[in-house]
Design a protein around this ligand. Sequence first.
Ligand SMILES: C[S@@+](CC[C@H](N)C(=O)[O-])C[C@H]1O[C@@H](n2cnc3c(N)ncnc32)[C@H](O)[C@@H]1O
Length: 237
Amino acid sequence: MHRHENTFLTLEELGAHYAPYAPNYDIRWNYATLHHWRLGRSVAKNSGLIELKRGDRSVIDGWLRKDDALKLYEMAYYAPGDILELGSYHGLSTTILAKANRAAGNQRRIVSVDLTPDAVEITRDTLRSQGLDQNVSNIQDDAVHAVQSFVDAGRTFGFVFVDHSHAYTPVYEVCRRLGPIVVPDGFCLFHDFNDPRNRDEQDESYGVYQAVVAGMDPAQFEFWGTYGCTALYRRIK
Ligand SMILES: C[S@@+](CC[C@H](N)C(=O)[O-])C[C@H]1O[C@@H](n2cnc3c(N)ncnc32)[C@H](O)[C@@H]1O
């Protein structure tokens, strides 16, 4: 395994540099599969963001950079347990998780949570149109409420992708509850961690960096790297 702790950013450094994707698992040639490699080439020219299409060739809306998407695929492919996604929107990240899981032999259940009923329905359609829906449960719920219910039920995951909010409290409250639901050596990936808007103290809608730094208990999790705008933490045994 490879830990990239030297990619940690101070608050002042957010947005100044986006560390490129680099694998944490020991992967020959850096990519788990040919699909993983191809994902890094699925970048829209105008936006610079990942562009994937549904079965009917319509574009799946979403906001993933190349390096975010490559890390997402790697973490889902090698996940040492089921996969939890908080915030699916139209299913771009869910598509990547489901494709990686399928390539890894569909060994894991993916649980995808979104607060908005429309987002849940569109994510379902997005997956169905690509034949990726079999191993995915789409749940309409608030992220904190969903995570608390997993804690109460003793449900665990090998990988958690957190992308439901940019604001401090909803992300902090999730972070404080992750310990019991992430298996030893499991990973959590936070989107929008490396975003310069987190630096603006006047902007109450942004505080992912501060929420993760304050909310991830160092007795339970260690920082493993930043990739694109994401930050990766690993559950300590
Ligand atoms: C940034 S989008 C997710 C993008 C998606 N992961 C992707 O890569 O395309 C955030 C999503 O989180 C949902 N959301 C917002 N607040 C939430 C909450 N408290 N709990 C669960 N989902 C929430 C929104 O409805 C929205 O669909």
